[in-house]
Design a protein around this ligand. Sequence first.
Ligand code: ZN
Length: 491
Amino acid sequence: MRNTFLILFLTLSLNAFGQSTFQYDIVLEGGRVIDPETELDAIKNVGIINGRIAMISSDPLSGKETVNVSGMVVAPGFIDLHVHGMSNVEQEYQLHDGVTTALELEWGIEHTGAWYASRQGNALIHYGASVCWPFERMKALASYQDGVDELLDLVQEKKYARQSFFHIASPSFTEDLTSEESDRTLTNIKSALGEGAIGIGVPIGYLPDTKPAEMYSVFELAGQIDALIYTHNRQPSILSLQEVIADATLTGAPLHIVHINSMSLGQIDFALNMVSAAAQKGFDITTELYPYTAASTGLMTAMFNEGWQERLGIDYGDLQLVATGERLTKETFARHRRTNQYVIMHMMQPEWIARGIAAPGVIIGSDGMPYSKLAHPRTAGTFSRVLGKYVREDQVLDLNTAIEKMTLLPAKRLEGIAPMMRFKGRIQVGADADITVFDPNSIIDKATFEGGLEFSEGIAYVLVNGTFVLKNGKTVSNVFPGQGVYGRFKK
Ligand SMILES: [Zn+2]
């Protein structure tokens, strides 16, 4: 249907724009337009009408609103496959970092339909989520119905926060399922896909005692219906990477492995080689990383079960409490674990990250956290950091490749499961006018582990569906053009 629309749109465009008096809604004038798919990289004027890119031309264009963007890069809006902060508080940080689509695909969302409804008409940028397998699994257990209902109330009152789920659901994480419960989980997953979820989030790392056969059954379902799976692997190890690659190749499930940096640590080269070998053999397997040397999660998660120091290669002093910034000790660790405080885990080396960012085909995804002043800086600075530090300062990769890793690659990754992504990640006639305009000489992240979240610098304009949400580096108030991104199973 969208294809028909595109052809119609193009036909209308040709007729209308032949007239020299034609006025576009918005013209971005004189910027360096970069489109990774067509390899366009030239000074052009971009005309936007009805939320879509209608003209890319060297000739002057007339607009109801014309913005001179000379000296700046006009890129497709950045697409983040991996965020956990999904309210407008986090979305404002994301848009200052150039992001126009921010999706929760690792963990997924509970009460899919109700959550999408709760965001409709009040989001700054595009939103969407996968099925939350741990939640659908919990729902399949009769004894957790109170928790399921409680969470629905929170979603409907728009008070939903990540922490809620960990508290309500965590006891179910250690329980084995009967075969009926396992079947019910799969039925629940299918119905959440029917409510529009974009594939299936399988964060097995948060439920590491799950039987291999149970996880395999989720992959089997994904293979049967061709639904993309996102995994946070069972452990940060090569064996765990081999587990998901084996499950995906044997079942035919398309697979996206999240944050390969924190999943492979010092073995990142080997891990990336395995992923690219799988892709070269024709398997639909991809990965992503964030440009920081620390990870972040809740202290009561399975990540910190007995043996964590050995698994992660770190100790108490490498853990930084998000609430206060303090480093932990054996005593404070035990105390804060009881209340599930978030921590930042300093556990990676800079050269591992640089090699991951440079590796061909690897997508940039932030893993941005729920808002807290001292939340992990990736929450606010991921994309500007890649463009400022890794492209301009350290020259780890070139500008066009970096843009491709944050626009076209994530869009293409999702096209099979969310066809509307074919219109994103591109500066092309007919594409959605999700556009980020930035100064390549000054763009940089400002959020730090010590000082906490700050808006990134150097992003001048952001358009979402042809509406400015950022202008002259400032948030435009009272505009909510963000729309839901849905999976293709939506009924
Ligand atoms: Zn994760």
